[in-house]
Write a protein that binds this ligand. Structure first.
Ligand SMILES: [Zn+2]
Length: 137
């Protein structure tokens, strides 16, 4: 699976992650489904109360309703891992619906260290890596 994200949007997500550190940050990715899925917007989720938690089901639903008015669908979510690698945590697979992605941003000492994108695929356990193509200036 592959997604396209503009550099501007990725930078905005990294900025939110730094701003919330050492707490976690999260959001919902909206865009046009497909292969690649094209991410066009991020809607902030309620700040995660604990590290390594994505937006709540209510946040995802609300983002989906908002996106629908602009012709956008929920592509997935993003969340930060404060001082933890951008690898899926044991609890992450449960938060990712099949066919959707989760972008994980590792924030260390207040700086965005690395990021990686993951998806849940039918018939496979755990999360599989997603190729992210950065677009725009
Ligand atoms: Zn996580």
């Amino acid at each position: 699976m592959m997604i396209e994200v503009t550099r501007v949007l990725l930078q905005d997500i990294l900025r939110q992650g730094r701003a919330r550190y050492p707490a976690g940050a999260c959001g919902v990715l909206l865009g046009v489904p497909g292969d690649p899925a094209v991410v066009e917007a991020s809607r902030p989720g309620r700040p995660a109360s604990e590290a390594c938690a994505g937006p709540s089901a209510e946040d995802i639903e609300a983002a989906g309703r908002e996106g629908a008015t602009r012709g956008l669908a929920v592509i997935g979510t993003w969340h930060t891992h404060p001082d933890v690698p951008a690898e899926p945590s044991p609890g992450d697979p449960a938060g990712v619906e099949t066919g959707r992605v989760t972008l994980i941003v590792s924030v260390r000492k207040g700086q965005a260290a690395e990021w990686a994108c993951w998806t849940a695929e039918t018939g496979l356990s755990g999360l599989q890596p997603v190729i992210v193509r950065l677009t725009g200036g």
